[in-house]
Design a protein around this ligand. Structure first.
Ligand code: GBH
Length: 499
């Protein structure tokens, strides 16, 4: 494989993790096989009207049965890591109110062993949106503090059974997205929404996203506490959390728009990371929300004292943020994101989009967003080790397009290549990023978009579930193999030895 001409653009540490990502509900299928309990997404996707193409994850891409074939695809790519999530309801069909499903444990044991046999490290999330429905039915899941005990109980089972081989644990995937989409806009389960978001029949208070977030933060802390005090010493792994990170450029140079961009981060990303790392909610949230914001007790703070070993960053896109608190857009209007920080979010300024638009309405291609968001997190959280746990681009399924059209995904290659260059630039300036995972290994169930949006490096023919590598898979393989043939980077290797 020929080396790139601009070699410096791609120099990354030798022990960098390159991987592909997936999640249980989007990939596994086998939704009621071998003792699995129903999850909130099983219930939600079966209710008509929730999923745009009327589909569900009953079969998904049948990763539950085809994982060996899929590991071979990973081996072909040359990745050294695989990010996936465990299905909580497969392991504990009824949460802590029933038995451990040993068939589920066996399944994940086989998956983990098969990965390690091929030299691929498992990078495992305890939950990626899907939770046992039992927890919803019994006490309203994230709305109740009871969920903290369930999460701790579940986490401990996972550490106990898998922690001898899993060295990277993630408590939550994108709790910020769960809080907003599950409890404010209501487009994800449990479908609760606030009256500020228009057509809302459940008519809940503005407080629910804050309460759900609070219980997720404390559930996270409970799992970390269990790992730190009972498993980490003997198992020697690390534990972190994955957050959805959008980059916001201020709409103008005005101080109002600059603080709007800052608020946008505080009300979405720092909302979770500040309590987890500093033990308190962001100052802007405290000022604006006042007594609406839950508080941490002494006992909570003690639980939260462990922090995290790493921050996982899912980054796809950037927007402009315009002030809606002090001056501009006071009257609201479409797109005003409140009370999520009282800012107006727009991808367009003076008729020009922030970056090339794509098949996915929320993704504009803005490579500097990667460097900027990573640098923001580095500066705010004292260069806590980071992983890019997701980055990728979707293609819209269109009956007029053939499989060949999807397989020739040069747009995805351009997107990932430019974002990776931007990431490497942040790293040359000191950001401690330790891995990059492409979303996703395969086309899969894209939540409310069903199968209509394809994020895979491999194409899925949904009639046969046949997997075909796209151009992006071939590009990724070359990218990884060039990386492994690079000479050592003295600067980065030195830092690695010190830490
Ligand atoms: C990730 O987040 C998920 O972890 C993964 O499962 C999913 O398949 C992947 O991305 C691709 O979508 O909605 O207007 O506020 C997906 C959820 C959707 C959250 C877009 C942030 C930002 C724009 N993301 N959203 S908007």
């Amino acid at each position: 494989v020929p080396l790139e001409t601009n070699l410096h653009q791609f120099i990354l540490p030798n022990n960098f993790l390159f991987g592909t990502a997936s999640s249980s509900y989007q990939f596994e299928g086998a939704f009621s096989s071998e003792g699995k309990g129903l999850s909130n997404w099983d219930i939600f996707s079966h209710q008509t009207g929730n999923i745009l193409d009327g589909s569900n994850g009953d079969v998904a891409v049948d990763h539950y049965h085809r994982y060996l074939e899929d590991i071979n695809l990973m081996k072909d790519l040359g990745v050294n890591s695989y990010r996936f999530s465990l299905s909580w309801a497969r392991i504990l069909p009824r949460g802590r109110f029933g038995n451990v499903n040993m068939a589920g444990i066996e399944h994940y044991n086989k998956l983990i062993d098969a990965l390690l046999q091929k030299g691929i490290y498992p990078f495992v999330s305890l939950t990626h949106y899907d939770i046992p429905q039992e927890l919803e039915d019994r006490y309203g899941a994230w709305l109740s503090p009871k969920v903290q005990d369930d999460f701790r109980y579940y986490a401990e089972i996972c550490f106990k059974y898998f922690g001898d081989r899993v060295k990277h644990w993630v408590t939550f995937n994108e709790p910020n997205v769960v809080a907003i989409r599950g409890y404010r806009s209501g487009i994800y389960p449990p479908g609760r929404c606030s009256a500020l978001f228009g057509n809302c029949s459940s008519g809940d208070s503005e407080k629910e996203p804050l309460i759900a977030a609070h219980n997720m933060i404390l559930s996270h802390a409970s799992a970390v506490d269990t790992y730190r005090t009972r498993y980490q010493k003997t198992q020697g792994g690390s534990i972190g959390i994955v957050i959805n990170a959008i980059w916001y450029e201020p709409f103008s140079d005005s101080s109002e728009d600059k603080s709007a961009a800052e608020r946008a981060q505080s009300f979405f990303m720092n909302w979770f990371l500040d309590p987890i790392i500093f033990g308190r909610y962001p100052a802007e949230m405290q000022q604006i929300l006042g007594s609406q914001l839950p508080t941490f007790s002494r006992k909570d703070l003690n639980l939260m004292r462990h922090g995290v070993d790493f921050i996982g960053i899912n980054h796809y896109t950037s927007f402009y943020a315009k002030d809606c608190l002090y001056s501009a857009c006071q009257s609201g209007g479409p797109g005003v994101s409140k009370p999520e920080g009282y800012f107006l979010r727009t991808a367009v300024k003076d008729g020009i989009p922030i970056g090339e638009s794509t098949d996915v309405d929320w993704i504009n291609i803005y490579p500097p967003g990667m460097e900027n968001v990573v640098t923001y997190i580095k500066d705010r959280y004292n260069n806590t080790p980071m992983f890019i746990t997701e980055n990728g681009l979707g293609q819209l399924s269109n009956p007029r397009l053939s499989a060949t059209d999807f397989v020739f995904d040069y747009k995805r290659v351009e997107y990932m290549n430019s974002y990776l260059i931007s990431l490497a630039s942040a790293m040359r300036k000191g950001a401690d990023v330790r891995g990059y995972f492409a979303w996703a290994l395969l086309d899969n169930f894209e939540w409310i978009s069903g199968y209509a949006v394809r994020f895979g490096l491999h194409h899925i023919d949904y009639a046969t579930l046949k997997r075909t590598p796209k151009l992006s898979a071939i590009w990724f393989k070359h990218r990884i193999s060039n990386h492994s043939s690079f000479p050592n980077n003295p600067v980065i290797d030195q830092r690695d030895r010190e830490s």
